[in-house]
Design a binder for this molecule. Structure first.
Ligand SMILES: *Cc1c(COP(=O)(O)O)cnc(C)c1O
Length: 362
């Protein structure tokens, strides 16, 4: 085995996905599996398919392309508002996209029509998170923007995001508002908009409590399936597995050193000024993983007596002094051993994106 690896236990991801699919299914809500958490890895898309999700969703066209090439047959949704420079790539790969700029939608319509394919568009509505989406005041005029689409794209619904940019939480009240915006758009466009899509994982809480308006029929999730966590509501999701993913890194140096550096201290390589507390001599393990591969503030050591000290681009330093004392043996950790961590969302994102971390599905 080459390290570092991001280890993914397939059965646990699948079991989480099935639990979510069943729960949402009982309320007639389709689940679209978001793959960006593992950089669009097709093996994840295949698990989503196996669990009965209705589509895959990613923010990058390149990820959706990989999934398409892998043979997973679920429809593909592009979740990030498209750049003008990527529109030409979409007809071959993207079945549904989330959009918020009329100009982009009209260009997309032209491009899809020229290629002789039809794409679907969900209009993003900003219900207050202040990332992407039509501001509600624009909605009554939407009909004017879209009355002359030429059949390249069809607008089939609306979508909204929660807890992405500002941490706005979904509530029965703001979801009802989303439904009313959909109705307003329907009136303005004068055709049916059957889809109301919400995301991400934070929406599961309202689904659990059956507090979602019945018109909401699609949810996009990533974090819950992979990590069993709901960062927005700051909770562990009690009915999901939280240990499906681990990051494993290898010890490349293991030595006793003082806990305070010697000499004049400036800023470390990331422009921060570390704080040192004198704990005497400590046993420090240097791991072959760094800030280029992982967000070191967002990983949790899984083994007892391991504490993260600091990290630079290519190294993570952990204090393992206690591991020796708690585990009778003199040298609990040695050169060549590995140490495992539980990634939180940002660390999972970084690790799966780093070409130096291998994704290992087991
Ligand atoms: C990332 C993302 C999601 C998934 O969010 P999670 O909280 O990880 O489930 C859903 N929708 C959009 C638009 C996203 O960018």
């Amino acid at each position: 085995m080459r390290y570092p690896v991001l280890r993914i236990i397939k059965d646990k991801v699948l079991s989480n996905a099935r639990v979510i699919a069943d729960m949402c299914g009982s309320l007639e809500i389709d689940v679209w599996g978001v793959t960006k958490g593992l950089s669009g890895d097709p093996r994840l898309a295949a698990l989503y398919e196996e669990a009965g999700f209705k589509g895959v969703s990613d923010s990058r066209i390149r990820n959706l392309k990989k999934i398409k090439m892998s043979g997973v047959s679920l429809p593909r949704q592009l979740m990030r508002i498209a750049m003008r420079s990527e529109l030409e790539d979409m007809p071959d790969i993207v079945d549904v996209s989330l959009q918020s700029e009329p100009e982009t939608i009209r260009r997309l319509d032209e491009i899809y029509a020229r290629r002789g394919v039809t794409g679907q568009v969900l209009l993003m509505i900003d219900v207050g998170d202040l990332r992407e989406g039509f501001w509600p005041r624009e909605l009554p005029r939407a009909g004017e923007y879209f009355h002359d689409l030429r059949g390249g794209v069809e607008i089939t619904g609306v979508a909204a995001n929660f807890a992405c940019a500002s941490g706005l939480l979904p509530s029965p009240e703001n979801l009802e508002r989303l439904v009313s915006y959909r109705d307003m758009l329907q009136d303005s466009l004068d055709y049916e908009l059957p889809v109301i899509s919400v995301g991400g994982t934070c929406c599961l809480k309202l689904i659990e409590e059956k507090k979602v308006p019945r018109q909401v029929n699609q949810v996009r999730v990533c974090e819950g399936v992979l990590l069993g966590m709901d960062t927005a509501f700051n909770r562990e999701i009690p009915y999901l597995e939280r240990d499906a993913l681990t990051i494993v890194a290898e010890i490349i140096e293991c030595k006793h050193k003082p806990s305070v550096p010697s000499g004049e201290i400036g800023l470390q390589s990331f422009g921060e000024r570390p704080i040192f507390i004198d704990r005497g001599m400590r046993k420090r393990a240097l791991l072959g993983i760094g800030r280029q591969d992982v967000n070191v503030d967002r990983i949790i050591p899984l083994e007892q007596g391991v504490h993260i000290v600091t990290a630079s681009s290519d190294h993570l330093i952990v204090d393992v002094t206690e591991a020796d004392s708690t585990c009778s043996g003199e040298d609990f950790y040695k050169l060549g051993d590995t140490i495992s961590f539980r990634p939180l969302y940002p660390a999972m994102l970084a690790a799966s994106t780093s070409e130096f971390v291998e994704l290992c599905f087991e």
